[in-house]
Design a protein around this ligand. Structure first.
Ligand code: F0G
Length: 330
């Protein structure tokens, strides 16, 4: 096996849209741990050795975005881009800023004003991204970013960029390698819906029985569940505070082709799952990352889950130091 520290492009070169001419921009992303979570399984009423946590917080900038950004920024560099830009609830911005810095490209990020966790903002600043704050939700920031991409020629590295999806699909390969087969269920948060799209693409490229894709939106930001866009999405989980996801249709396809579910969990359920992960398993993810686990706890109680279950923990808890201090102050 190739040294995992070389990053996803080296490891999965034959399954990614790169050639010998593509300059590889990597920070050693991927090869994140798949953590067996027996105490969480027991809490959910499930047998030992059934629940695993894919901890994407241990990527170089602390979220799963690094997988997609490695490919998107490498391709932008190959194609002679002047710079990259994105709209973001924070993690995409942090990742784009870091990979652009490494590639020697300029980076511009459009952020919902007041809607980005502290650590993510600090990362974008530190890596030298030009920050544009947009009044309103992520959805408005995305419109502004697309308009700027048209005007400036900077490459948009949101999950609208197919190279992002290609990079992110590699997490499905890793899970299958570690388990020796694909899981039976995969629980994960859904925001702009790029990641559920990417995982499903990854699983589709493998041979064998595929997982049911179980996606969870926050109840105050659940357009896919409700079937219409939400003008003012609300949730404590700022990373998935999105009212009109770009990959809406692709997420529905992932759900339907896999016989899965896209459902909502309340902020209370998200925060409960988030705290349980920290206290039962020693795993500190950001609140949004716990939405899939909140969904698992709900489904586990109904008693129709079986086999191997993977929960995707999308980002590191240190991204958002304010939320624990606000919620668990005493
Ligand atoms: N979890 C975290 C920690 C995220 O940052 C995001 C999305 C998601 C889950 C949802 O993934 O959008 O592919 O469905 N963050 C984007 C951003 C929107 O700008 O960082 P998705």
């Amino acid at each position: 096996m190739l040294n995992p520290a070389l990053g996803i492009i080296s490891r999965y070169r034959d399954r990614l849209p790169v050639t010998d001419k593509t300059p590889v921009v990597t920070l050693g992303e991927g090869a994140t741990p798949l953590i067996r979570a027996d105490r969480l399984a027991e809490y959910a009423g499930l047998p030992a050795d059934s629940v695993y946590l894919k901890f994407e917080g241990s990527n170089p900038t602390g979220s799963f975005k690094d997988r997609g950004m490695a490919v998107a920024v490498s391709k932008a560099l190959e194609e002679g881009a002047r710079g990259v830009l994105c709209a973001s609830t924070g993690n995409t911005a942090a990742s784009a800023a870091a990979y652009a810095a490494r590639a020697g490209l300029r980076c511009m990020v459009f952020l919902p004003k007041g809607g980005v966790a502290l650590g993510k903002l600090a990362q974008a600043l530190m890596h030298g991204a030009k920050i544009k704050e947009v009044k309103g939700s992520f959805d408005k920031a995305l419109i502004a970013a697309f308009a700027e991409a048209k005007k400036s020629g900077f490459v948009a590295v949101n999950s609208s960029n197919p190279y992002r999806i290609e990079g992110q699909k590699t997490a499905a390969f890793e899970i299958s390698e570690v388990l020796g087969r694909m899981p039976d269920y995969q629980f994960m948060p859904v925001g702009n819906a790029g990641n559920i799209t990417a995982y499903w693409k990854g699983y589709r490229e493998l041979k064998g029985s595929k997982p049911k894709m179980m996606g969870f939106q926050a109840a105050g930001a659940a357009p896919i569940v409700l079937g219409n866009p939400i003008p003012n999405p609300r949730t404590v989980a700022s990373a998935i505070r999105i009212g009109n996801p770009y990959s809406w249709q692709a997420a529905l396809r992932a759900r339907d082709e896999s016989n899965g579910v896209i459902a909502a969990v309340t902020d209370r359920e998200i925060l409960n799952a988030w705290r349980l992960l920290a206290r039962l398993e020693g795993v500190f993810c950001e609140p949004s990352s716990a939405a899939g686990v909140a969904g698992l706890l709900k489904s586990g109680k109904k008693g129709h889950l079986s086999g191997k279950i993977v929960c995707i923990l999308t980002g590191h808890g240190l991204k958002d130091p304010d939320t624990p201090l606000k919620i668990f102050k005493s």
